[in-house]
Ligand binder design. Sequence first.
Ligand code: ADP
Ligand code: MG
Ligand code: MG
Length: 357
Amino acid sequence: QRQTVGVIFGGRSGEHEVSLRSAATILSALDPEKYNPLPIGITRAGQWVTGPAASEMLSPTSSPDAVAALDTDAPALAPPAKVLTALADVLPQLDVAIPVLHGTYGEDGTIQGLFEMLGLPYVGCGVLASATGMDKIVMKQLFRQSGLPVVDFRWFARHEWVANAQRLTDSIVEELGFPLFVKPANLGSSVGITRVDDVSNFKSAVELAARYDRRIIVEKGYDVREIEVSVLGNDHPEASLPGEIISSAAFYDYADKYSPDSQSQLVIPARLTPDQTAAIRALAVRAFQALDGAGLARVDFFLLPQTGEIMVNEINTMPGFTRISMYPKLWEASGRSLPSILNQLIDLALARHAEKT
Ligand code: ADP
Ligand code: MG
Ligand code: MG
């Protein structure tokens, strides 16, 4: 008896487009002998769709250019009654769900909470790890409290900025200096992030970030090597070999991540000393456990070339899952194929569910 696996994609997120590509990859890699995949789309307006409408969302011709799509304003929210009817139609058919949603309303604990309420097993992190991992402020505070090295940062709420822009600017610049990275607290794929090299660009950077979230984080910027590790497991998580991103832009921004003519490169395995590799893999597992991770996550690091210092930049609890994405590529280099990773993730989801009930 094959298991019905709901692959959920799209969503009300700045990373809607990326999710479509990740989901297409997962749908094509699920072992057809074991699983009956059911594509489930969530439109930008939050409407759940299945059948031909879901497949249509995944067809390459229906996706506008990813970068351009970021600037389209979110459409009016679908009415709750309509969403509930759609959910009642589709969710009872599932044995397990894979929420292949990046960013808000998907990677942030919201859909995980829905599944918990329904008693439906799902792949990946639970509510707590998803929510804390998505929020760069809380994530970095928790990492710091767990003794993990993170960059210096400050944060403030949008309303504080509105009331006190000049005072905030002065105190942050004095404390952190330049360059700075200004980011919305909750998001990913570098959406809404600006590198700021002098004070004249600070205001516009904050205003951009404030379009995406009510809380803004400002970090001390460094010249960094960027190293990433895939983590897989529940109680005994395993870390893959590290990979390195060689970005071709001023930093690893949205276009560099996803545009077809991006010149950025993945170096797998990263060129590191055996000691550095071991240290980074151990930190990846500690970061995963600091937030009570489950299933999977990709943990991203900064390596400061001058001093050799290693810092945890962030955890991504639903990392990019396209054919060319780091998460599956790191496992491939560590000897595990995409279909076998998906089998394992589903088994981990079922094991975690069985533990709860
Ligand atoms: P996202 O969740 O959107 O990927 P990140 O915090 O990883 O957000 O930032 C995106 C990219 O911006 C990083 O991969 C890196 O290239 C650059 N970056 C972010 N913060 C810093 C920093 N403090 N110093 C140097 N580069 C940074
Ligand atoms: Mg991220
Ligand atoms: Mg990142």
